[in-house]
Design a protein around this ligand. Structure first.
Ligand SMILES: [Zn+2]
Length: 106
């Protein structure tokens, strides 16, 4: 069984699979962003499709936020967010769920 790690950029701390981030990183999030991740995680369906888009955006914003605190770099943060938001847009435009290989999603 592979160990799950914190998704904050540059953080290698182990954390339970159902957590997006380790406790130390999660505690840095503003309450509204943390609430958005909590709210949207329950919207996700069993397969990675349009239902995942709101959560994808929320987790990307959370990850970018923590990364920016640790190592401020607006260009990098914005590039990361653009890429993640584009992926969420793609999820929403996805018509069939079967064609998607969830193994490609980190
Ligand atoms: Zn962490």
């Amino acid at each position: 069984m592979g160990e799950h790690h914190c998704h904050a950029l540059g953080c290698k701390a182990a954390c339970p699979p159902r957590w997006l981030m380790c406790r130390a990183c999660w505690s840095k999030l503003p309450a509204d962003l943390a609430a958005e991740v909590y709210r949207t995680v329950s919207l996700r369906g069993n397969v990675v499709d349009a239902t995942w888009a709101p959560w994808w955006r929320a987790q990307a914003k959370a990850i970018a936020y923590v990364a920016h605190l640790k190592e401020p770099n607006e260009a990098r943060r914005d590039a990361y967010l653009r890429k993640e938001m584009a992926f969420a847009d793609k999820l929403e435009s996805r018509v069939t769920e079967n064609t998607y290989d969830s193994g490609g999603v980190e």
